[in-house]
Design a protein around this ligand. Sequence first.
Ligand code: PRP
Length: 174
Amino acid sequence: MAHLEVLIPRERIAQRVAELGAEISRDFAGHAVLLVGVLKGAAIFLCDLARTIDPALDVRMDFIGVSSYGTAKTSSGEVQLTKDLSEPLAGVHVILVEDILDTGVTLHFLKQLLLARQPASLKLAALLQKPNRRKVAIQADYVGFTFPDEFAVGYGLDHAERYRNLPDICIVRE
Ligand code: PRP
């Protein structure tokens, strides 16, 4: 039976998300910003992040869906759009919000897609990143945690669609 080992406890996640929210609040002071979450994994991070951003900022939220052939561990480089945004991006300050930056294939695909829509600016936020797994040269502007090549679940991250609801980020030990 699988055993879950806590890697990043909920208190540490909340603290780091609040730091990112404060950073975004400073960087975008006086501007409207659109948070774009990548389904499904980033949904929980985006909702928590949004609530740590200064309420004085004009914040909107939208979601985009992609599917990649192969698992996140073996991304083949083929990504398809499964759900598009609700509104145009022209002239909008956008922060693309991901749960994890792994090979970089998904964020690279989405970055090109969204830049073609001519936003005023595009920043990338990733709660987690595994820098030594990158297949595509891409960096996030806002990073929560950097960690080694462990398969993490919880706080939005899944294993065969399970564990997304866990409040802590955990490692599955078989
Ligand atoms: C995961 C994660 C990122 C992507 C990162 O998505 O949410 O979108 O993989 O991997 P990459 O950097 O190697 O491209 P997944 O396909 O597991 O879908 P999910 O968000 O619905 O869990």
